[in-house]
Design a binder for this molecule. Sequence first.
Ligand code: NAD
Length: 430
Amino acid sequence: MKEHRSGIWESSELYHDAVTEFEEAAALMQLDPNIATRLKVPKRALIVSVPIRLDDGTVKVFEGYRVQHNAVLGPGKGGIRFHQDVNLSEVTGLAMLMTFKCALAGLPLGGAKGGIRVNPSKLSSRELQALTRRYTTEIQMVIGPHMDVPAPDVGTDGRHMAWMMDTYSFERGHTVPSVVTGKPVEIGGSLGRAESTGRGVIYTVLHAAKYLREKKRVNIAMDKTTTVSVHGFGKVGGVAALEAHMLGARVIAVSDIAGGVMNKNGLDIPHLQEYFAKHHTLIGFLDSDPITNEEIFTIPVDVLIPAAIESVITIKNVHQVQAKIIAEGANGPLSSEAIKILEDKGVFLIPDVLCNAGGVVVSYFEWVQGLQNYFWTEAEVNKQLAEMMEKAFVRVVMIQEQYKCGMKTAALMAGIDRISKAMLLRGLFP
Ligand code: NAD
């Protein structure tokens, strides 16, 4: 099973963990070894140079990637990440997770991911636009509504998707809304997409709390008796914190890249969002104490939501974690070793491929709406999202009980099972 575990894909912790977890799931479900061999490597990986003229007149070249892991169920789907640490191996691991996530959610989509190795906070808006447009041109031969459909990820948002859609459409000579999802609503985006990932995270937390109550393991009600902490205050963490607050839970700590804030009685999240929008930092918020990104994982809470970046809970800090439910809002925030240790201690893990699938589910709705030129109400979007998240949650829990395995392994098994059936039916070309 380990023949592909070397070479260019293997350098990042995220890819290493993705393959380790895949191998565990594959062994437990006795996956056809020929299918396993194919699923450990991507179908296609493109590396591009992205030259742009900076505001000072000099030219700088950035490195960009688009990786398509598997397209057996449909076009590739996955975000575009702008971050200084992005590399081919990490993007490949993330593309692999997308394959299993789409399959688990029952979507007719494959797994892909892209990114540029750049610190976006160091570029002006004009430079970012130039970077996004040039990158789109460089990868345009592998993307398209029926090939591969990018979306926002860390460091990108609706603005970038609008520039990508415009660039791709310009080159085609007509408007092609379904080439990306996560677009602003005014140009074909879906109502509810911006909130979908964070909202989906909280749906899964509610299902987990109900499941744990039914099993008489712990009593978490997501009301004022429940404490929550959130690492990352962006598109996922910010919305998850707000949704938890709206349910009545006490969100006692949140942090972003610059550090965080804490209040044992619960932070006023709507006001914190206003404060953050104005000051671009959480620190200094009224009635709060500062907290570091190391400390946020150590506070005793009912629900911990790591929703920033990968590999933040590892063997180094896992023994300090004191949470009853961990909801992986981010992709790969816990290392494989950390997951094992926590699950052995009885912590309930909602794995990333399940927990943050709300984003790709509503991306799918946006893609469908764009192809049909028929748009749904936000209530319809949220209803369908809730139904699909519940179905996925129930499926994972059933597999976990059947195989007596961890939640991550069960979630991967659910996705792998669907893909492997499709691969066997379609056969191997030629
Ligand atoms: P974002 O750029 O909107 O927000 C990222 C947040 O993490 C920011 O608050 C940032 O300050 C913080 N952060 C970055 N580096 C950090 C560090 N070293 N320590 C602490 N905080 C740090 O990104 P996002 O879209 O919210 O994505 C967050 C995670 O969720 C990523 O793993 C992404 O792949 C995953 N995800 C996102 C979506 C989506 O729809 N946006 C869907 C599925 C999964």
